[in-house]
Design a protein around this ligand. Structure first.
Ligand SMILES: NC(=O)c1ccc[n+]([C@@H]2O[C@H](COP(=O)([O-])OP(=O)(O)OC[C@H]3O[C@@H](n4cnc5c(N)ncnc54)[C@H](OP(=O)(O)O)[C@@H]3O)[C@@H](O)[C@H]2O)c1
Length: 325
């Protein structure tokens, strides 16, 4: 009994200590940039990191467009942001990243009805999606986390160029650091491991795709006034864990809470990269904790970057005139 109390004491002490360390270590953005007259899109903005990012942009005076797949959740998020910021120029448009047609419809709406686009945050993402193939014949995790953002960015690039200087922000993950891309197997669910490990592996691959997309796009956009950067938001306690097995989720929620950032802390790097003056000329780079960091070793292969680009163009069936040269 005495031992148990002693162990519990040390666990609580370690948790409190870690939380204090995390609070002190988590940097704030240096950005006081006003976004009056600017337009920003945040995908997956009804909850988590995307919601806080959209809220911050609205606070800074931007017209904010939430790209969300669920009408009710999107409406609720819009109303909350408007109420909290007093900015009525916040709207949502439906966007389902499991459907290339939905991405095309969303982009068409933006291109036809919006005067400008200054910030695009490719934030929507999910893990634990399993061995599913979408209506487009694509592996669901790769489509949601990489291919849909790849297509969306292509379809909006002219608007971003016309509004330059403008910024694209790709929300990746440290999971990319441990991933390896096999181009030929990109659109496949791994069969050599169990489903949980296959899911984790695929999530890492999709997040590595975000970084390769960023570095290759930066080269293509050189001189256009449009910058593109990727980031790891940290380990953040959001709905991203919703698909975890119930027991594991309970354990994470109960014990891991002190080790995670809040969504407010998790959104800081997205906000920093999208708005800070110190980042305005930086492109093709990776950020963590509001700081530029060295690209992960896994993301440095120029051949993979080129092959992934071509493969992604094929998989999303990009038309010749939509390609970024
Ligand atoms: N949380 C972390 O520790 C962590 C760490 C590294 C990277 N990230 C990345 O951070 C980004 C934001 O994640 P989060 O932690 O804020 O998770 P979250 O709370 O689950 O938010 C994810 C957002 O993406 C949307 N989304 C998911 N699937 C979609 C689809 N098919 N079509 C359209 N929207 C879709 C969700 O919409 P619904 O609510 O309708 O599902 C939600 O708005 C993701 O790219 C994630 O990979 C998170």
């Amino acid at each position: 009994m005495g031992c148990c109390i002693c162990a519990l004491f040390w666990i609580i002490l370690a948790a409190v200590g870690w939380k204090i360390y995390l609070k002190l270590r988590t940097k704030k953005t240096d950005s006081y940039t006003c976004l009056n007259g600017k337009t920003a899109i945040v995908t997956g903005a009804n909850t988590g990191i995307g919601y806080v990012t959209a809220l911050d942009f609205a606070c800074r005076g931007a017209r904010v467009i939430l790209g969300c797949r669920n009408k009710e959740k999107a409406e609720e998020a819009c109303e909350k942001i408007k109420k909290e910021t007093g900015n009525d120029n916040v709207v949502y448009k439906l966007l389902n990243m499991t459907s290339l047609q939905s991405v095309r419809d969303f982009a068409k709406d933006i291109n036809e009805n919006e005067d400008r686009l200054d910030i695009l945050v490719n934030n929507a993402g999910a893990g634990g999606l399993g061995n599913h193939v979408t209506e487009d014949g694509l592996q669901i995790t790769i489509q949601v986390n990489h291919l849909s953002g790849f297509l969306l960015t292509h379809l909006l690039i002219e608007k971003l160029k016309k509004s330059a200087p403008s910024r694209i922000v790709n929300v990746s993950s440290i999971g990319a650091k441990f991933a390896k891309i096999n181009i030929d197997a990109l659109n496949m669910f791994p069969q050599d491991v169990g489903p949980a490990r296959a899911d984790t592996r695929l999530y890492g691959v999709s997040k590595l795709c975000n970084i390769y997309f960023t570095t290759e796009l930066a080269k293509k956009l050189d001189g256009s006034g449009v910058t593109v950067n990727a980031l790891h938001p940290g380990a953040v306690l959001t709905d991203i864990f919703r698909r975890m097995p119930k027991l594991m989720k309970t354990i994470v929620m109960a014990f891991a809470k002190p080790y995670f950032k809040t969504p407010e802390e998790g959104a800081r790097t997205s906000i920093h990269v999208a708005t800070s003056r110190s980042v305005q000329h930086i492109t093709g780079q990776l950020f963590d904790n509001c700081q530029q960091i060295e690209l992960y070793d896994s993301a440095k292969d120029a051949e993979i970057a080129k092959k992934l680009w071509t493969k992604s163009e094929e998989l999303v069936k990009l038309k010749r005139e939509e390609k970024i040269k």
